[in-house]
Design a protein around this ligand. Structure first.
Ligand code: 6R9
Length: 627
């Protein structure tokens, strides 16, 4: 990282959206409550999180809320015994939630399956017993190479139930990638499917598992469990492979919860790795459950009647925290869709919202930008009136896409919550609540109990309007506990860069109201003639042009300026590539950001390379430029 570390902030977005009066009346947490919660957390952090922990069931309560004696190796709820699955299932079975829908699943071909809390509880117990029968015990690891299927949720919970550590590998990754993960994780069991549907095709996952396991990269691996989904022919190794239905058929629908220490590991999940090698992030039962439960209920203002849909894949942290664990901990109905957003046409998501009466829809900016390309005719064909709250996560939400989402999907009635967090944080950290005043493009303020700031490399807060590094200054319960096979990572990558603070790796600025604006990853900063500019700002300027759907900007070396910007853009469906448009876009950037941003060229593309969670792979574009 080079000095000066402060970024030039060029973008000025001045639109403000105030909460509708009925939202303030109806919200579980109104602005006054929110202020009071912030004050409580500021004056006594541990008391604030202890109050959140009291809302869940524990087998044994904690000796200490936070043990910071070995910082940055923080431990939450030490001495406590719990199991996240007990809180996600068992406690609902004792209440009116027993017959409430826990999971609504829709397959890409249009088939649908639904589970009440009691049904999900029984299915999880059967598979938990099945895994125990295969010899899986507390502390063993299980790799789930699974798409968006009910059995994916069931497998995650079945592992956690018996104290095994689950590790999901995104179903879009190749056999080679899976092999790498298996080698690192050393699972005892791999769970997969014969195949699944994606964009009208059948993707054969079991076949990929067979390739990945050639020459035994996993010494501890004993069994592969295969779920039937697409009825494709697969080869079964009689010494190793089992059909899921054979494993669960004779098992009892009751299984005891393993008594876990609060700090025992729950899962390993690799970061998306937009830059650099993915890290295996480890989360534990106790703190994760407290942080995810509190943020899920508060940020989305959960009501007993809500139908919640998080469109993220479970192979991403968003799927873990807000498709599976958050909604189930809160006793909500969670929706899951197997397939592609454009299949069979670009109205699939709007169709699902109207079909199931979704009231809270949590998605990603990249998804919205993709669907925005088709204009408003598709959303206009569906009844979206059940929606009351919209949310997004994963990348900077450019104001144009934010406003499109707000107007065309939320019909100017639903707050758009742009939530900032990471695999490492486990839970939402900086985000508006439904009663917040919103500014498109800003993630607004840190949630109560979260001490976020923008600082220079010495750790000094930078003044409002200047860019710097996003840090978290105090620990939080859903923080990751370790990085797989890397004891030094906690210090080297996170807490030791700016000593005493969690370094998030993002650049951001705060405005005069204390609102955060994320400018991109710290390694994506452009340095043009000594001016340091966040790539997200240039991208946002580009997407504010009506013809542009998505944009990505990278730095390319330049003899005179040091670095100049090169842009890749996709256009909306009725816009045409031309030299005039190229020139117009260059002028547009200069009008929006000033002459500092020197554009070398703009390349028109049909598609941009993306990670599993839809983040643009700048590294791929950079490598392509360098070669
Ligand atoms: C949950 C998740 C984390 C990185 C993070 C940042 C980017 C996430 C964002 C956002 C701008 C938001 N990011 N949310 N950028 N605005 N609301 O995405 O986890 O896959 O680990 O990625 O994503 O750069 O550092 P993960």
């Amino acid at each position: 990282m080079s000095h000066p570390e402060v970024l030039d902030s060029l973008l000025h977005e001045e639109r403000v959206f105030r909460p509708l009066p009925q939202m303030i009346i109806e919200a579980g947490i109104n602005p006054q409550d929110l202020r009071a919660a912030r004050d409580r957390a500021d004056s006594d952090l541990c008391a604030y999180w202890e109050e959140a922990a009291e809302e869940l069931d524990w087998f044994t309560k904690w000796d200490q809320v936070l043990d910071d004696s070995k910082a940055p190796d923080y431990k939450w709820f030490t001495g406590a015994r719990c199991n996240i699955v007990y809180n996600a299932l068992d406690r609902h079975i004792e209440t009116v939630n027993k017959n409430r829908l826990a999971l609504i699943w829709e397959g890409e071909p249009g088939d649908s399956r639904q589970f009440t809390y009691y049904e999900l509880y029984r299915a999880v117990n059967r598979f938990a017993n099945g895994l125990r029968a295969l010899g899986v015990t507390k502390g063993d690891r299980v790799v789930l190479y699974m798409p968006q299927l009910p059995e994916t949720v069931i497998s995650m919970l079945a592992c956690a139930r018996i104290g095994a550590v689950h590790s999901l590998v995104f179903s879009g990754f190749s056999a080679k990638h899976l092999r790498e993960r298996i080698r690192e994780i050393q699972p005892r069991v791999v769970v997969t499917v014969d195949g699944f549907y994606r964009n009208g095709q059948v993707i054969r996952l079991k076949e990929a598992v067979d390739h990945a396991l050639l020459d035994s990269p996993a010494e501890k691996l004993e069994s592969v469990v295969v779920v039937h989904r697409a009825n494709v022919e697969v080869e079964m190794d009689s010494a190793r492979d089992y059909w899921y239905e054979d494993i669960v058929r004779h098992e009892r629908a009751h299984a005891s919860s393993e008594i876990m220490d609060s700090n025992d590991p729950l899962f390993i999940l690799h970061t998306s790795g937009t830059a650099g090698k993915p890290k295996g992030i480890i989360h534990s039962h106790g703190g994760y459950m407290v942080g995810v439960h509190r943020t899920f209920k508060w940020v989305f203002d959960l009501k007993p009647t809500d139908i919640f849909w998080c469109s993220a894949d479970p192979g991403w942290i968003t799927g873990h925290s807000y498709l599976v664990y958050g909604p189930l901990l809160a006793g909500t109905t969670t929706v899951m869709y197997e397939g592609h957003a454009l299949y069979p046409q670009a109205d699939r998501l709007w169709n699902i919202i109207s079909k199931y009466g979704v009231s809270i829809f949590y998605t990603s900016p990249t998804q919205i930008r993709t669907l925005m390309r088709f204009g408003h005719r598709y959303p206009d064909q569906h009844d979206l009136s059940t929606l009351r709250i919209l949310g997004a996560v994963g990348e900077p939400f450019n104001p144009e896409a934010w406003i499109w989402f707000y107007e065309n999907i939320g019909k100017s009635q639903c707050p758009v919550l742009d939530t900032w967090w990471q695999t490492e944080t486990g839970m939402i950290m900086i985000s508006p609540m439904p009663v917040s005043v919103l500014k498109p493009g800003s993630v607004t303020r840190a949630l109560p109990g979260i001490d976020a700031d923008v600082v220079d490399l010495e750790g000094n807060s930078v003044p409002a309007g200047k860019g710097g590094f996003l840090v978290i200054k105090k620990p939080w319960p859903a923080m990751f506990s370790a990085v797989l096979n890397d004891d030094r990572a906690l210090v080297d990558h996170y807490w030791g860069i700016i000593p005493g603070m969690f370094y998030a790796g993002d650049v951001a600025r705060k405005d005069e109201d204390g609102y955060f604006w994320i400018q991109g990853r710290a390694d994506d900063v452009l340095n043009i003639s000594g001016h340091r500019v966040g790539s997200a700002e240039v991208e946002s300027a580009l997407t504010s042009h009506p013809d542009v759907a998505e944009a990505v900007v990278i730095g390319v070396p330049d003899k005179i300026k040091g670095e100049v910007a090169k842009a890749f853009v996709t256009l909306i469906y009725d816009a045409m590539e031309s030299d005039e448009l190229h020139k117009e876009l260059v002028d547009h950037i200069h009008r929006e950001l000033g002459p500092i941003v020197v554009i070398k060229s703009i390349e028109f593309c049909d598609e941009l390379p993306k990670t599993s969670s839809g983040k643009i792979k700048r590294l791929t574009l950079k490598e392509r430029e360098d070669s």
